[in-house]
Design a protein around this ligand. Structure first.
Ligand code: FAD
Length: 305
Protein backbone atom coordinates (compact mmCIF):
# COMPACT_ATOMS: atom_id res chain seq x y z
CA UNK A 1 0.00 0.00 0.00
CA UNK A 2 3.01 2.32 0.46
CA UNK A 3 5.18 3.47 -2.45
CA UNK A 4 3.76 2.23 -5.76
CA UNK A 5 6.36 0.60 -8.01
CA UNK A 6 5.30 -0.02 -11.61
CA UNK A 7 7.94 -2.18 -13.37
CA UNK A 8 7.03 -0.90 -16.87
CA UNK A 9 7.53 2.69 -15.68
CA UNK A 10 10.78 1.87 -13.86
CA UNK A 11 12.09 0.41 -17.14
CA UNK A 12 11.71 3.71 -19.00
CA UNK A 13 12.72 6.13 -16.22
CA UNK A 14 15.35 8.59 -17.49
CA UNK A 15 15.20 7.30 -21.05
CA UNK A 16 15.07 10.00 -23.72
CA UNK A 17 12.30 9.54 -26.27
CA UNK A 18 13.21 11.59 -29.33
CA UNK A 19 10.62 14.03 -30.69
CA UNK A 20 11.06 16.31 -33.74
CA UNK A 21 14.63 16.88 -34.96
CA UNK A 22 16.28 17.76 -31.64
CA UNK A 23 13.65 17.43 -28.92
CA UNK A 24 12.86 14.74 -26.41
CA UNK A 25 10.57 13.65 -23.60
CA UNK A 26 12.02 11.92 -20.55
CA UNK A 27 10.07 10.53 -17.62
CA UNK A 28 11.99 11.80 -14.60
CA UNK A 29 9.75 10.35 -11.91
CA UNK A 30 6.25 9.15 -11.19
CA UNK A 31 4.07 8.70 -8.12
CA UNK A 32 1.38 6.03 -8.16
CA UNK A 33 -0.15 4.05 -10.99
CA UNK A 34 -3.35 2.10 -11.61
CA UNK A 35 -3.21 0.61 -8.11
CA UNK A 36 -3.02 4.07 -6.49
CA UNK A 37 -6.19 5.12 -8.35
CA UNK A 38 -7.93 2.02 -7.06
CA UNK A 39 -6.65 2.49 -3.49
CA UNK A 40 -7.82 6.11 -3.49
CA UNK A 41 -11.25 5.21 -4.86
CA UNK A 42 -11.75 2.38 -2.38
CA UNK A 43 -10.53 4.30 0.66
CA UNK A 44 -14.09 5.02 1.71
CA UNK A 45 -14.86 1.30 1.87
CA UNK A 46 -11.55 0.18 3.39
CA UNK A 47 -11.14 -2.30 0.53
CA UNK A 48 -7.75 -2.81 -1.12
CA UNK A 49 -6.69 -3.93 -4.58
CA UNK A 50 -8.65 -6.82 -6.07
CA UNK A 51 -7.99 -8.72 -9.31
CA UNK A 52 -6.61 -6.81 -12.30
CA UNK A 53 -9.96 -7.22 -14.08
CA UNK A 54 -11.94 -5.81 -11.17
CA UNK A 55 -9.46 -2.95 -10.74
CA UNK A 56 -9.58 -2.10 -14.45
CA UNK A 57 -13.39 -2.20 -14.27
CA UNK A 58 -13.41 0.22 -11.35
CA UNK A 59 -11.00 2.56 -13.16
CA UNK A 60 -13.22 2.48 -16.24
CA UNK A 61 -16.27 3.24 -14.08
CA UNK A 62 -14.47 6.23 -12.54
CA UNK A 63 -13.45 7.48 -16.00
CA UNK A 64 -16.95 7.08 -17.45
CA UNK A 65 -18.56 8.89 -14.53
CA UNK A 66 -15.96 11.66 -14.40
CA UNK A 67 -15.06 10.73 -10.85
CA UNK A 68 -11.74 12.43 -11.41
CA UNK A 69 -10.13 12.88 -8.01
CA UNK A 70 -8.62 9.35 -7.75
CA UNK A 71 -6.72 10.08 -10.99
CA UNK A 72 -5.29 13.19 -9.36
CA UNK A 73 -3.52 10.92 -6.86
CA UNK A 74 -1.12 9.85 -9.64
CA UNK A 75 1.56 12.26 -10.73
CA UNK A 76 4.21 12.25 -13.48
CA UNK A 77 7.32 14.43 -13.85
CA UNK A 78 8.78 14.93 -17.31
CA UNK A 79 11.92 16.58 -18.65
CA UNK A 80 11.04 17.97 -22.07
CA UNK A 81 13.09 19.66 -24.77
CA UNK A 82 10.86 21.52 -27.22
CA UNK A 83 10.86 24.52 -29.59
CA UNK A 84 9.58 27.75 -28.04
CA UNK A 85 6.53 27.89 -30.36
CA UNK A 86 5.45 24.47 -29.04
CA UNK A 87 6.18 25.61 -25.48
CA UNK A 88 3.86 28.60 -25.95
CA UNK A 89 0.96 26.31 -26.81
CA UNK A 90 1.88 23.89 -24.04
CA UNK A 91 2.15 26.49 -21.27
CA UNK A 92 -1.58 27.27 -21.67
CA UNK A 93 -2.22 24.10 -19.67
CA UNK A 94 -2.19 25.77 -16.30
CA UNK A 95 -2.64 22.81 -14.03
CA UNK A 96 0.99 21.62 -14.33
CA UNK A 97 4.02 22.71 -12.31
CA UNK A 98 6.77 24.01 -14.59
CA UNK A 99 10.44 24.88 -14.26
CA UNK A 100 12.08 26.19 -17.46
CA UNK A 101 15.70 26.91 -18.37
CA UNK A 102 16.45 30.60 -17.83
CA UNK A 103 17.71 32.60 -20.79
CA UNK A 104 18.67 35.33 -18.31
CA UNK A 105 21.04 32.98 -16.54
CA UNK A 106 22.18 30.46 -19.15
CA UNK A 107 23.66 30.82 -22.62
CA UNK A 108 21.02 29.48 -25.00
CA UNK A 109 22.28 26.63 -27.21
CA UNK A 110 22.52 26.93 -30.99
CA UNK A 111 19.60 24.53 -31.45
CA UNK A 112 16.64 25.35 -33.67
CA UNK A 113 13.76 23.33 -35.06
CA UNK A 114 13.71 22.71 -38.79
CA UNK A 115 10.67 20.79 -40.06
CA UNK A 116 11.20 17.59 -42.02
CA UNK A 117 10.49 17.89 -45.76
CA UNK A 118 7.21 15.99 -45.34
CA UNK A 119 6.01 18.62 -42.85
CA UNK A 120 6.59 21.63 -45.08
CA UNK A 121 3.12 22.41 -46.43
CA UNK A 122 1.11 25.40 -47.65
CA UNK A 123 -1.55 27.18 -45.61
CA UNK A 124 -4.68 25.00 -45.43
CA UNK A 125 -7.57 26.34 -47.48
CA UNK A 126 -10.31 25.08 -45.17
CA UNK A 127 -8.58 25.40 -41.79
CA UNK A 128 -7.35 28.89 -40.96
CA UNK A 129 -5.25 27.48 -38.11
CA UNK A 130 -3.56 24.68 -40.03
CA UNK A 131 -1.49 23.46 -42.95
CA UNK A 132 -2.50 21.54 -46.06
CA UNK A 133 -2.29 17.76 -45.85
CA UNK A 134 -0.10 17.44 -48.93
CA UNK A 135 3.51 18.56 -48.43
CA UNK A 136 5.15 20.92 -50.89
CA UNK A 137 7.37 19.44 -53.55
CA UNK A 138 10.95 18.67 -52.54
CA UNK A 139 12.56 21.64 -54.33
CA UNK A 140 10.15 24.12 -52.73
CA UNK A 141 10.61 22.52 -49.29
CA UNK A 142 14.42 22.74 -49.63
CA UNK A 143 14.15 26.44 -50.54
CA UNK A 144 11.93 27.20 -47.55
CA UNK A 145 14.10 25.25 -45.13
CA UNK A 146 17.22 27.05 -46.38
CA UNK A 147 15.50 30.38 -45.72
CA UNK A 148 14.44 29.32 -42.21
CA UNK A 149 17.96 28.09 -41.47
CA UNK A 150 19.50 31.33 -42.73
CA UNK A 151 17.36 33.36 -40.33
CA UNK A 152 18.20 31.05 -37.43
CA UNK A 153 21.97 31.33 -38.12
CA UNK A 154 21.77 35.10 -38.40
CA UNK A 155 19.79 35.45 -35.16
CA UNK A 156 22.12 33.13 -33.26
CA UNK A 157 25.21 34.87 -34.69
CA UNK A 158 23.91 38.24 -33.46
CA UNK A 159 23.05 36.74 -30.08
CA UNK A 160 26.56 35.30 -29.66
CA UNK A 161 28.19 38.59 -30.66
CA UNK A 162 26.07 40.57 -28.19
CA UNK A 163 26.89 38.14 -25.37
CA UNK A 164 30.60 38.35 -26.24
CA UNK A 165 30.41 42.14 -26.20
CA UNK A 166 29.14 41.91 -22.65
CA UNK A 167 25.44 42.68 -23.15
CA UNK A 168 23.27 41.16 -20.42
CA UNK A 169 22.02 37.71 -21.48
CA UNK A 170 18.45 38.78 -20.68
CA UNK A 171 18.73 41.40 -23.46
CA UNK A 172 20.97 39.54 -25.88
CA UNK A 173 18.31 36.82 -26.25
CA UNK A 174 15.36 39.00 -27.18
CA UNK A 175 15.71 38.56 -30.96
CA UNK A 176 15.99 34.77 -30.84
CA UNK A 177 13.17 33.14 -32.83
CA UNK A 178 10.31 30.84 -31.80
CA UNK A 179 12.10 27.87 -33.40
CA UNK A 180 14.81 27.95 -30.68
CA UNK A 181 14.72 24.92 -28.40
CA UNK A 182 14.01 25.36 -24.71
CA UNK A 183 13.81 22.79 -21.90
CA UNK A 184 11.63 22.37 -18.87
CA UNK A 185 10.58 20.09 -16.11
CA UNK A 186 6.82 19.56 -16.24
CA UNK A 187 4.91 17.83 -13.48
CA UNK A 188 1.22 17.07 -13.68
CA UNK A 189 -1.38 14.76 -12.17
CA UNK A 190 -2.96 12.06 -14.29
CA UNK A 191 -6.41 13.67 -14.54
CA UNK A 192 -4.97 16.89 -15.95
CA UNK A 193 -2.48 14.99 -18.10
CA UNK A 194 -5.42 13.24 -19.77
CA UNK A 195 -7.02 16.65 -20.35
CA UNK A 196 -3.77 17.86 -21.96
CA UNK A 197 -3.53 14.71 -24.08
CA UNK A 198 -7.14 14.87 -25.25
CA UNK A 199 -6.61 18.45 -26.51
CA UNK A 200 -3.14 17.97 -27.93
CA UNK A 201 -3.67 14.60 -29.60
CA UNK A 202 -6.65 16.01 -31.42
CA UNK A 203 -6.12 16.49 -35.18
CA UNK A 204 -6.89 20.21 -34.66
CA UNK A 205 -3.71 20.61 -32.62
CA UNK A 206 -0.50 21.51 -34.45
CA UNK A 207 1.43 18.48 -35.65
CA UNK A 208 4.58 19.34 -33.69
CA UNK A 209 2.80 19.37 -30.29
CA UNK A 210 0.80 16.27 -31.30
CA UNK A 211 4.06 14.36 -31.70
CA UNK A 212 5.02 15.24 -28.12
CA UNK A 213 1.57 14.26 -26.89
CA UNK A 214 1.80 10.92 -28.71
CA UNK A 215 5.11 10.15 -26.99
CA UNK A 216 3.68 11.15 -23.62
CA UNK A 217 0.64 8.96 -24.15
CA UNK A 218 2.92 5.93 -24.49
CA UNK A 219 4.90 6.93 -21.38
CA UNK A 220 1.63 7.35 -19.49
CA UNK A 221 0.58 3.87 -20.62
CA UNK A 222 3.69 2.46 -18.93
CA UNK A 223 2.78 4.19 -15.65
CA UNK A 224 -0.97 3.52 -15.60
CA UNK A 225 -2.00 1.09 -18.38
CA UNK A 226 -5.61 0.48 -17.33
CA UNK A 227 -6.31 4.19 -16.83
CA UNK A 228 -4.70 5.04 -20.17
CA UNK A 229 -6.72 2.39 -21.98
CA UNK A 230 -9.90 3.68 -20.36
CA UNK A 231 -8.99 7.26 -21.32
CA UNK A 232 -8.46 6.20 -24.94
CA UNK A 233 -11.72 4.24 -25.07
CA UNK A 234 -13.98 6.73 -23.31
CA UNK A 235 -12.48 10.12 -24.11
CA UNK A 236 -9.89 10.09 -26.87
CA UNK A 237 -11.83 7.85 -29.22
CA UNK A 238 -15.26 8.76 -27.87
CA UNK A 239 -17.68 11.37 -29.22
CA UNK A 240 -20.24 13.49 -27.35
CA UNK A 241 -23.77 13.85 -28.73
CA UNK A 242 -25.94 16.78 -27.68
CA UNK A 243 -29.62 16.37 -26.82
CA UNK A 244 -30.97 16.94 -30.33
CA UNK A 245 -28.33 14.61 -31.78
CA UNK A 246 -29.35 11.89 -29.34
CA UNK A 247 -32.95 12.21 -30.46
CA UNK A 248 -31.85 11.91 -34.10
CA UNK A 249 -29.66 8.94 -33.27
CA UNK A 250 -32.57 7.15 -31.59
CA UNK A 251 -34.85 8.00 -34.48
CA UNK A 252 -32.41 6.40 -36.92
CA UNK A 253 -31.99 3.36 -34.74
CA UNK A 254 -35.73 3.11 -34.40
CA UNK A 255 -35.39 3.05 -30.64
CA UNK A 256 -38.45 3.47 -28.46
CA UNK A 257 -38.92 6.51 -26.32
CA UNK A 258 -37.98 9.14 -28.88
CA UNK A 259 -40.74 11.43 -27.72
CA UNK A 260 -39.65 11.26 -24.11
CA UNK A 261 -36.03 11.77 -25.10
CA UNK A 262 -36.85 14.81 -27.23
CA UNK A 263 -38.69 16.44 -24.34
CA UNK A 264 -35.87 15.69 -21.91
CA UNK A 265 -33.24 16.94 -24.34
CA UNK A 266 -35.08 20.16 -25.16
CA UNK A 267 -34.89 19.42 -28.89
CA UNK A 268 -36.69 22.03 -30.96
CA UNK A 269 -35.45 24.98 -28.92
CA UNK A 270 -32.28 25.41 -30.99
CA UNK A 271 -33.67 25.60 -34.49
CA UNK A 272 -33.72 21.83 -34.85
CA UNK A 273 -37.48 21.42 -34.68
CA UNK A 274 -39.07 18.07 -34.00
CA UNK A 275 -41.97 16.89 -36.12
CA UNK A 276 -44.21 14.16 -34.75
CA UNK A 277 -47.41 12.43 -35.78
CA UNK A 278 -50.21 11.52 -33.39
CA UNK A 279 -48.43 8.37 -32.22
CA UNK A 280 -45.37 10.38 -31.25
CA UNK A 281 -43.18 9.00 -34.07
CA UNK A 282 -40.81 11.53 -35.66
CA UNK A 283 -41.42 12.07 -39.36
CA UNK A 284 -38.63 14.43 -40.35
CA UNK A 285 -34.95 14.57 -39.45
CA UNK A 286 -34.60 16.54 -36.24
CA UNK A 287 -31.37 18.19 -37.31
CA UNK A 288 -30.99 20.54 -40.23
CA UNK A 289 -28.28 22.51 -42.01
CA UNK A 290 -24.94 22.84 -40.22
CA UNK A 291 -26.21 20.94 -37.20
CA UNK A 292 -27.05 17.95 -39.39
CA UNK A 293 -23.69 18.21 -41.19
CA UNK A 294 -21.83 18.18 -37.85
CA UNK A 295 -23.81 15.15 -36.68
CA UNK A 296 -23.13 13.24 -39.91
CA UNK A 297 -19.45 14.12 -39.71
CA UNK A 298 -19.26 12.86 -36.11
CA UNK A 299 -20.81 9.55 -37.16
CA UNK A 300 -18.55 9.28 -40.19
CA UNK A 301 -15.22 10.27 -38.62
CA UNK A 302 -15.78 9.28 -35.00
CA UNK A 303 -14.25 12.64 -34.05
CA UNK A 304 -15.58 15.39 -31.80
CA UNK A 305 -16.30 18.44 -33.95
C1 FAD B 1 -6.35 23.11 -31.15
C2 FAD B 1 -6.22 24.26 -30.18
C3 FAD B 1 -6.20 25.55 -30.65
C4 FAD B 1 -6.07 26.63 -29.75
N1 FAD B 1 -6.05 27.91 -30.23
C5 FAD B 1 -5.87 28.94 -29.38
C6 FAD B 1 -5.82 30.29 -29.86
O1 FAD B 1 -5.91 30.56 -31.04
N2 FAD B 1 -5.62 31.29 -28.95
C7 FAD B 1 -5.51 31.05 -27.61
O2 FAD B 1 -5.33 31.99 -26.83
N3 FAD B 1 -5.57 29.79 -27.13
C8 FAD B 1 -5.74 28.73 -27.97
N4 FAD B 1 -5.78 27.44 -27.47
C9 FAD B 1 -5.60 27.24 -26.03
C10 FAD B 1 -6.94 26.87 -25.34
O3 FAD B 1 -7.87 27.92 -25.42
C11 FAD B 1 -6.69 26.51 -23.86
O4 FAD B 1 -6.14 27.62 -23.20
C12 FAD B 1 -5.72 25.36 -23.72
O5 FAD B 1 -6.10 24.29 -24.53
C13 FAD B 1 -5.70 24.90 -22.26
O6 FAD B 1 -6.94 24.35 -21.95
P1 FAD B 1 -7.51 24.37 -20.46
O7 FAD B 1 -7.65 25.78 -19.99
O8 FAD B 1 -8.71 23.51 -20.45
O9 FAD B 1 -6.31 23.62 -19.69
P2 FAD B 1 -5.76 23.82 -18.22
O10 FAD B 1 -5.16 25.16 -18.06
O11 FAD B 1 -4.88 22.64 -17.98
O12 FAD B 1 -7.00 23.75 -17.29
C14 FAD B 1 -7.76 22.56 -17.14
C15 FAD B 1 -9.11 22.97 -16.56
O13 FAD B 1 -8.90 23.50 -15.26
C16 FAD B 1 -9.71 24.64 -15.06
N5 FAD B 1 -8.84 25.79 -14.76
C17 FAD B 1 -7.48 25.80 -14.78
N6 FAD B 1 -7.01 26.97 -14.39
C18 FAD B 1 -8.09 27.74 -14.14
C19 FAD B 1 -8.25 29.08 -13.70
N7 FAD B 1 -7.23 29.87 -13.41
N8 FAD B 1 -9.49 29.53 -13.57
C20 FAD B 1 -10.55 28.75 -13.84
N9 FAD B 1 -10.46 27.48 -14.24
C21 FAD B 1 -9.25 26.98 -14.39
C22 FAD B 1 -10.55 24.81 -16.30
O14 FAD B 1 -11.77 24.15 -16.13
C23 FAD B 1 -9.78 24.07 -17.37
O15 FAD B 1 -10.57 23.56 -18.41
C24 FAD B 1 -5.93 26.37 -28.35
C25 FAD B 1 -5.95 25.05 -27.90
C26 FAD B 1 -6.08 24.01 -28.78
C27 FAD B 1 -6.08 22.59 -28.24
Amino acid sequence: MAHCVVPEAEAILDREFKVLDKGFVRLVDYMGGDSRIVQAARVSYGEGTKSYREDAGLIDYLMRHEHTSPFEQVSLSFHIKLPIFVARQWIRHRTARVNEISGRYSIMKDEFYLPADADVAAQSEDNKQGRAEEPMDAAEAAKIKALLEKGQHAAYGDYSSLVEEGLARELARINLPLSLYTEWYWQIDLHNLFRFLSLRLDPHAQKEIRLYAQTMLEITRAVAPAATESFERNILHGVRFNGAEMVELKRRLGAAGVKAASVAAGAGKDGNATSENASGQSQEPLLKGKALERFEEKLRSGKQI
